[in-house]
Design a binder for this molecule. Structure first.
Ligand code: SAH
Length: 399
């Protein structure tokens, strides 16, 4: 019998026995995943099925979704027996929304951050209070698509939705890549961040359209603004815009033509005329600047994730090291470098080591004067460090 979750909540969920001791201990400490190798057999289950985890004695542990084809096999949604219906998801999304009301501007933020909001695989950002940008990153979340969308509609009325089902996670989960507008989604949306106006592409944008996770780091960046500023891997210009007011010149570098055009547009929108816009590979641009004897007083270095799995971690470390060496060589004495990594597997200690190597090999003396994290609308579960991904350092050069 084919069992389907969400759409037929009255169906009785299938039971799955979990007897692996380590997994049981982890789950009871709040961990939300069960790995494939911790389960005896997943025969008969299909991707996205709703399951009940039970002990060897048949005692209820938790319920959630399963993907037998993924290393992360079970994703827990509740420690109570619940039906995965609209009212359950509405309640969870409302709780996530409520959580953010005292923390951030809830017209421009991440409303739901997957596991961190007890909704594995489900992400929702709100852009300018006008559009919801949604990602369903697991087979379980995908199966519950209709229910999730109904729950959102119950809370946000007829706000248009852009389904940005483009993340690499979907491939791992065996899902297709798609971008689907639901309702009247405009091409561009104007956001407000720390008092700046920022236009972003809604349909064509990267990720969910904007990087709200850097909000606090951008504000901090603005505090160091002076002289020549470089925003490398700029996307639509978030970091650079925050420094434009007090800088002589802000140089934006991104390999995406669209992103660089948005940097230009956003500088104009905020009435800044001190921008330089360069479409280029980041590594190449930094090397070229060195060849031209250019230097900067403040640099933001925010590359895409270099490592998506453990296998590529060593290579990623080397790439971070090389990139940061190039950036440090461009830093004026007394200058400040904001350097970031959004690779989840690149833990802070590894990242620190890569930066230490970069500093040593460049021969430039820097000190760490701050650490950077994902913003509060991307909270971290203490029981699940996997929810932490963004880390960065503020480095100041001597002199
Ligand atoms: N700093 C931005 C987010 C950057 S995301 C913010 O806070 O809003 C990473 C950016 O790097 C993307 O815009 C992507 O287009 C760009 N990118 C990816 N590979 C690149 C490369 N090799 N060289 C330059 N830019 C690159």
């Amino acid at each position: 019998m084919k069992h389907s979750a969400g759409s037929t909540p009255s169906n009785r969920p299938r039971k799955l026995t979990l007897s692996d001791k380590r997994a049981l201990r982890r789950v009871s400490a709040g961990f939300q995943w069960v790995y494939a190798n911790e389960l005896p057999s997943m025969k008969g289950f299909e991707s996205g099925d709703w399951v009940e985890l039970v002990t060897g004695e048949g005692e209820f542990i938790a319920c959630g979704t399963i993907n037998p084809h993924s290393l992360i096999a079970v994703r827990i949604l509740s420690r109570q027996r619940v039906s995965p219906d609209t009212s359950f998801f509405k309640q969870r999304i409302e709780a996530a929304f409520q959580f953010r009301k005292t923390l951030v501007d809830t017209k421009n933020c991440r409303i739901v951050f997957a596991e961190a909001d007890n909704l594995p695989g489900f992400i929702t950002d709100i852009l300018g209070g006008q559009v919801l940008s949604v990602q369903l990153n697991t087979a379980g979340a995908e199966r519950l698509k209709k229910t999730y969308l109904e729950a959102l509609q119950n809370i946000f009325g007829n706000l248009p939705v852009i389904l940005k089902n483009e993340s690499a996670f979907r491939q791992i989960e065996g899902l297709t890549i798609e971008t689907v507008p639901i309702g009247n989604v405009p091409d561009e949306i104007e956001l407000v961040e720390n008092g700046l106006k920022i236009r972003v592409p809604a349909k064509e944008g990267q990720k969910t359209g904007y990087y709200f996770d850097q909000r606090d780091n951008k504000r901090r960046f603005s505090e160091f603004a002076r002289g020549n500023v470089l925003d490398c891997f700029s996307y639509v210009g978030g970091f650079g815009l925050h420094a434009a007011n007090r800088a002589n010149r802000v140089t934006f570098v991104d390999s995406s033509t669209g992103a660089v055009e948005f940097c230009r547009k956003n500088m104009e929108l905020n009435q800044f005329d001190n921008g330089e816009f360069i479409k280029s590979d980041g590594f190449d641009a930094l090397s070229r600047f060195a060849g031209e004897n250019r230097s900067f007083d403040l640099i933001s270095l925010d590359p895409p994730a270099f490592s998506k799995n453990r296998k590529s971690l060593k290579k990623a470390e080397k790439a971070y090291s090389r990139l940061n060496r190039l950036a440090l060589q461009l830093l004026n004495p007394g200058g400040v470098l904001f350097t970031m990594s959004c690779s989840r597997l690149m833990e802070a200690s590894l990242f620190d080591a890569a930066i230490a190597r970069a500093a040593a090999s460049s021969g430039i003396s820097v000190r760490i004067i701050g650490r950077l994290h994902q913003a509060a609308d991307h909270p971290i579960l203490p029981s699940m460090r996997e929810t932490e991904y963004l880390k960065g350092l503020v480095l100041k050069r001597e002199g």
